[in-house]
Design a protein around this ligand. Sequence first.
Ligand code: 76R
Length: 248
Amino acid sequence: MSDTVQTLEGWYALHDFRTINWASWKYVSVEERGKALQELLLFLEQWHVVEINKQGSSAVYSIVGQKADLAFMHLRESLEQLNELETAFNKTTFAQHTIPAYSYVSVVELSNYMTKPGVDPMDDPDIVARLKPTLPKNNHICFYPMNKRRDGADNWYMLSMDERRAMMRSHGMIGRSYAGRVKQIITGSVGLDDWEWGVTLFADDPLTFKKLVYEMRFDRVSAQYGDFGDFYVGNILNLSKLQAMLEV
Ligand code: 76R
């Protein structure tokens, strides 16, 4: 019997980070900026319709710091749909005033560390809903990619299922103590992108990110086996906030 953990997959995810080329955005005429903005708002409306119809979900953020200015997070049923979406967006006038900063491709993932043996998780409507989530519209997002370490004696993938399950239980207990203050979407990216998982956290108070991530640093699974990429933190944008941000 293999010790591989079983995973359940849901919607595919694209995290699309852009820097705004303010010089070109300011250079074009008021009319062209207006048209570009209308086109952008039309896209946001289309994404909203997809979300209402439960065929995916999207959210837009302004990123704090120099890593990017904007982040689009999209969940869709297939890689083809994500690809169509990004290509269509890239053809917009507004996108021509943006520079790609970073992107991440992954798929919403739940693992069976916590499921009871003999129970089919797909019978649980809660689990099915978590595989195809509507992105929470909390004030703030925090995204970072991560790996589980494979380094000499610290090799997560050489541990037994029981050892990993015990550590994931402790991890889950810390996570649950933040219930109501933070929501997490774990997306798996083994074979899809450069890291093994994308961690996306949503909270109304950004300090919750700091407290949670710091507390987890002391927990064994993160302390001994976690390797982390760059962190992106941002503020949610609705139509009027996006318009205000793009005002020049
Ligand atoms: O889904 C569950 O409630 C079961 C428990 C659980 C699992 C299996 C859980 C709970 N997570 C799981 C899996 Mn998580 N999580 C992270 C990070 O910064 C760090 O140190 C790590 C980044 C955070 C902040 C976080 C938060 N989790 C995973 C996995 C897959 C591992 C694998 O398969 O080997 C990763 C990479 C990961 C990373 N976790 C929770 C949280 C929070 C807040 C919870 C509670 C969620 C809830 O109860 O809804």
